[in-house]
Write a new protein. Structure first.
Lengths: 321, 299
């Protein structure tokens, strides 16, 4: 389920990274408030636990094995917010040090495995286990949490991959990134998860949660009873809906050119007509007067990189002052 | 003299493995798995411990090195054709050469991503993926009842995917093979990544080995006490108990580390030393990779 580099377009990576920024912010704030000074080693050990869990395979009948993603388990043990942070840390470490999952796809992988998996797993577990005692209910709730969370995360990954041919094409219409449409990616990713990886995740989650409940139930996360804050729900829903923007065509709302505005509204406001084209940039359209398009483009890139160096130099000087 | 009665299962010929000094005890799946994972993690880290000190990348400041590598990866994401991507790959290989990075180690790191890309690309040539009749793929050969068609378009799409993956994975592999972990984390701290996150990341990296050691030790103790490792139910129960143990150890250790940190004056705020200023060659490197990045947007 770790999407590597090269399969998602920069647009998709950017959108999913942007969707994760408020989630990371809220998760860090929440963990910071509840754990205080202990938060750093706690998070580090939690992430290390998730990392180690993800690396081990689970024994299955017939001598086969299955890989555990651990998102639901982390959320049940640590709580959903700490689960998000721990999973994100583990995913970053896997991407940067072990090459498992892409560096550019870190936002997408975090969205699928840290956010979707943690929250789905946690809320499925809580809903099914609420107000019920007994190991059977606990086992069933943990199994359902693991099963549902891994399948939803897989569905998210499949949708992200399947959208690529429609949002990133060459001039000839050939796909530039992951080449298969939704009609292929969704069944290809989801069927093995529904039939194989889902049950593996469910059984592994249920076994570990049951063991903890039997031996040391205090280790399982218990939320403080407080009324949910609607603002958080709004942010979570917004973050979940953000990737829908990938499906939209045309320019962003309000960023129309005068011609587009004329097509939409039927007229051009006078002020806009007057200011349109007032400032076209130093090198409009990456062109330099008197130069061919290729040379102009190279000169533009050179000036851009010189501006980056100058910016870093200035920031460095201010920082050292 | 009383006769020693052996248990029934020890008389069986097809039963559990005998662990005499003459025979190696049979390893179950779990032991193999744990040994494999531990070996893999240590193997991934080992090349960086031995990473060469001298070379082009090693002479560049860690922040510029990490940031520049990320820009090279991003350049690969923006490029739209095989030619520029192949150029980026060649450029990265030249960087590896100038940084004394072993090509065999580099190949080993990049190979899994390439194999995965090849596996993903293969179905492109089968007609079970619909909607491709328009690319002229009407002829073809039958393989296992499916028509396999090679056309310029399909080869181009598969080639683009594989070249892009190679061009994007190789810079990160070169960075890892030429940079020690401590330098890598220092480099990340120079980027706009919260220092809290980087410190947690560094601690996570260290604790992974602590937890792996716990798992290895428990695996060894299980092996020493197990005669028949083949029962699935036992293996699953053992897996659950070890995962539970890991949770327990993680939480206990985190409390101990937090107490140790508090007793040394840690109040929850991370303070880091101000890094040294960048040198002329660092600016040159940043300028160069920025140039590659800006060029890549239009290629």
């Amino acid at each position: 389920m770790h999407i590597p580099d090269g399969y998602l377009s920069p647009k998709t990576c950017g959108v999913l990274f942007a969707a994760m920024v408020p989630v990371w912010y809220l998760a860090l704030r929440r963990v910071e408030r509840t754990l205080d000074v202990e938060r750093l080693p706690f998070l580090a050990f939690s992430a290390a636990f998730v990392f180690v869990m993800m690396m081990f395979n689970f024994p299955l009948p017939g001598g086969t094995t299955g890989h555990v993603a651990g998102g639901a388990l982390a959320a049940i043990v640590l709580g959903p917010w700490a689960g998000v942070v721990a999973m994100s840390l583990a995913l970053f470490l896997q991407a940067i040090l072990f090459g498992d999952g892409g560096v550019t796809a870190f936002g997408a992988n975090s969205f699928n495995m840290a956010f979707v998996m943690s929250f789905t797993g946690y809320y499925v577990y809580r809903t099914l286990n609420r107000g019920r005692d007994g190991t059977r209910w606990l086992w069933a709730a943990s199994f359902a949490a693991g099963y549902a969370s891994v399948n939803l995360a897989a569905l998210a990954a499949a949708v992200e991959l399947g959208l690529q041919p429609s949002i990133a094409q060459s001039t000839t219409g050939a796909p530039l990134y992951a080449p298969y449409p939704l009609s292929v990616t969704v069944p290809a990713v989801l069927v093995p998860h529904l039939l194989f990886f889902g049950p593996v995740e469910g059984v592994a989650t249920a076994l570990v949660v049951s063991f903890l409940a039997r031996t040391n139930a205090d280790l399982l996360y218990r939320p403080a009873e407080a009324a949910p804050r609607p603002m958080w729900a709004v942010v979570v829903v917004m973050a979940l809906l953000t990737p829908l923007g990938l499906l939209a065509s045309g320019t962003a709302w309000g960023e129309w050119s005068v011609d587009e505005l004329h097509t939409i509204a039927g007229f051009i406001p006078e002020g806009m007509a007057r200011l349109e084209g007032w400032w076209e940039g130093l090198m409009p359209g990456y062109t330099v007067s008197g130069m061919g398009p290729s040379l102009s483009y190279i000169v533009s890139a050179f000036i851009g990189s010189a501006a980056v160096v100058a910016g870093i130099y200035l920031v460095g000087k201010v920082w050292h002052r | 003299m009383a006769q020693v009665r052996l248990p029934e299962w020890m008389n069986g010929t097809k039963g559990p493995a005998r662990t005499t000094g003459l025979m190696r005890p049979r390893r179950g799946f779990l032991e193999k798995n744990i040994e494999g994972v531990s070996f893999l993690v240590r193997e991934m880290v080992a090349p960086r411990v031995r990473s060469p000190h001298k070379g082009l990348l090693q002479s560049i400041d860690q922040r510029a090195r990490v940031g520049g590598t990320l820009l090279l990866v991003l350049s690969g994401a923006f490029m739209k054709e095989i030619g520029p991507l192949a150029g980026l790959l060649v450029l990265t290989l030249v960087l590896a050469l100038l940084s004394s990075v072993s090509f065999s180690a580099l190949f080993k790191r990049v190979l899994p991503a390439l194999v995965l890309a090849a596996v993903v690309a293969v179905p492109l040539f089968f007609d079970l993926i619909g909607g491709q009749a328009s690319d002229g793929g009407t002829a073809g050969v039958e393989v296992l009842g499916y028509r396999v068609v090679f056309t310029v378009e399909r080869l181009g799409t598969a080639g683009l995917l594989m070249t892009r993956v190679a061009a994007m994975v190789t810079p990160v592999a070169v960075l890892l093979l030429s940079t020690r972990e401590s330098d890598l984390f220092k480099g990340l701290q120079g980027l706009p990544v919260p220092s809290f996150f980087v410190t947690a990341l560094f601690m996570t990296f260290r604790y992974v080995f602590v937890l792996l050691k716990v798992v290895e030790d428990t695996s060894l103790s299980r092996r020493a006490r197990t005669i028949d490792p083949s029962r699935l139910g036992d293996a699953q129960r053992w897996f659950a108990s070890r995962a539970g143990l890991l949770v327990e150890r993680s939480l206990r250790s985190s409390r101990e580390v937090a107490m140790a940190m508090s007793s040394r004056g840690f109040t929850g705020r991370i303070r880091t030393l101000k890094p040294n200023g960048l040198k002329a060659r660092d600016y040159l490197w940043i300028g160069f990779v920025s140039f590659v990045f800006f060029i890549s947007i239009g290629l």
